[in-house]
Write a protein that binds this ligand. Structure first.
Ligand code: MN
Length: 484
């Protein structure tokens, strides 16, 4: 029944992501911006909204917002002003939020994701603007009262608003994964949804397939995981389809997601922009960003996950899966970057990182930053295998564990000290092959007359004679050349 109901409809979703910025201080004051401090200890008179206090622009916030905009290929506004968004709430001492309205710092741009079939898709960005967080109302600590912690009041945020380009719950999930990855690569937000440093509001509507105009959307708030974003969208699709199918009207509402039941319930009817009476913030100056400034920020951008993905899959020939695992963590990707700069065996180096190195990190619950083996030593180890000096088996089972215990050693020193180097057995192989040919002269003639399947006989003879120590690849080569 459920799928039938949705058969005639398509999904239209836009996401609003709020990301807390990793600045030392708050957006408009020198109060500390730090998660987890004792309640109401990071609250000067400015955070408390005392009359007569004045906000000041935190330059780091501007820099971080520009970074993000450049990484999304947005246009950066050269001239902008802040705005007041007025509303009353106990955790908003000023009675307004300093945000941006008509002149967001970034407009347009895109985030690349995979659609639900795995194809590349661009989700367009409407705008990114700077604003401040509100304090936190705590409803579950005191049975009689709501407690307010204003440490979060004034913490800097960027709000990333997407176009309604998302057409599948999985795309919403994939979009959030990419946004978080980007925030982390830029090191402007830790992307921690549980601590609320990345939050997501979802605008959901549906329409009949083929319909050109958008129908009424509903905003769903308070979703605390990527998984729950999908669940909220799935629930809303179903709910809205039922409303339309029974002749009802979907109302412009802000709804709350309940993770326990997987349902949404009405919080309030949606307020329009007019309800907030936005006006230019009189206490902050107009912000002008020169082309020089923007270029300087651009030059300091780290490698971006999307560019690295392109390079890994197109230039290095890695699979989509391998590239994505390498890119999950910026410092893991940077380790790989350094590794292949020294030892350009792209696929082999990726295999080492994804199996041996990742295995070690998982076992020890550590990060690549704590990985004991220097990238130069890993490059040396991989090169020893690739040039045939040690076997892969010896490298991964013996040398790699030895290096973990003695990371200041070189791979070569360990191989020599433990007699792990592959011996050059080419002379032994040649001798063994010559003996085999003397033993079976008629088979040599038969091989030369076309019985190519006799190759296995000679290879077997040589492997036996060298007691299995010879590299099968080398045996094959020598046997073939002597039979030629
Ligand atoms: Mn906002």
């Amino acid at each position: 029944m459920e799928t039938n109901l949705l058969e005639n409809y398509e999904l239209v979703v836009g996401l609003e992501v709020h990301a807390q910025l990793l600045t030392q201080t708050k957006a408009y004051s020198s109060d500390k911006n730090e998660y987890g401090a004792l309640p109401n200890t990071q609250t000067s008179v400015i955070s408390l909204g005392h009359p007569g206090t004045l906000p000041k622009i935190n330059q780091k916030v501007v820099e971080y917002a520009v970074k993000l905009g450049l990484a999304c290929q947005s246009d950066i506004a050269p001239y902008q002003y802040y705005a007041r968004k007025n509303y009353f709430y106990p955790d908003l001492p000023k009675g307004y939020q300093i945000t941006q309205d008509k002149t967001p710092i970034c407009t347009s741009g895109k985030i690349w994701i995979k659609d639900e079939t795995g194809k590349d898709k661009a989700i367009n960005i409407t705008r990114i603007h700077m604003e401040e967080d509100a304090g936190k109302s705590i409803h579950d600590l005191d049975p009689y009262a709501t407690l307010v912690d204003l440490n979060r009041a004034g913490v800097p945020l960027v709000e990333i608003v997407s176009e309604p380009d998302i057409q599948h719950p999985q795309e919403a999930y994939n979009y959030l994964v990419e946004v978080r990855k980007l925030l982390r690569y830029l090191e402007i937000c830790d992307g921690n949804m549980e601590e609320g440093s990345m939050r997501c509001d979802v605008n959901v509507s549906i329409r009949k397939k083929g319909e050109k105009t958008l129908r009424q959307r509903v905003e769903v708030k308070n979703i605390n995981s990527f998984r729950n974003v999908m669940r909220a969208i799935e629930y809303e699709m179903q709910r809205q389809a039922e409303v339309y199918e029974t002749g009802g009207k979907v109302l412009g509402e802000t709804r709350n997601f309940d993770a326990q039941t997987g349902t949404t319930t009405i919080l309030r009817t949606k307020e329009g922009a007019a309800d907030y009476r936005y006006f230019p913030e009189p206490d902050l100056p107009v912000l002008r960003l020169s082309a020089d400034y923007i270029n300087k920020v651009r030059q300091d951008l780290p490698p971006l996950p999307r560019d690295l993905y392109e390079k890994y899959t197109k230039t290095y020939g890695l699979s989509d899966y391998d590239a994505n695992v390498l890119l999950e963590n910026k410092y893991f990707a940077l380790y790989y970057e350094k590794l292949v700069a020294i030892a350009p065996y792209y696929k082999t180096a990726a295999n080492w990182l994804l199996s041996e190195v990742k295995g070690y990190l998982n076992q020890t619950a550590s990060e690549i930053g704590q990985f004991p083996i220097a990238v130069e030593t890993m490059a040396e180890l991989i090169s020893l295998v690739e040039t045939g000096k040690v076997s892969h088996n010896i490298a991964s089972k013996k040398i790699f564990p030895a290096l973990l215990h003695a990371p200041t050693e070189t791979a070569m020193a360990l191989a020599q000290a433990n007699d792990w180097l592959q011996k050059d057995l080419s002379a032994d192989i040649t001798l063994a092959m010559q003996a085999a040919m003397a033993k079976y002269p008629e088979k040599v003639s038969a091989y030369k007359a076309g019985s190519k399947n006799l190759l296995g006989l000679f290879v077997g003879e040589v492997m036996r004679a060298t007691q299995g120590k010879a590299d099968p690849k080398m045996v094959n080569e020598i046997v073939l050349s002597l039979l030629a």
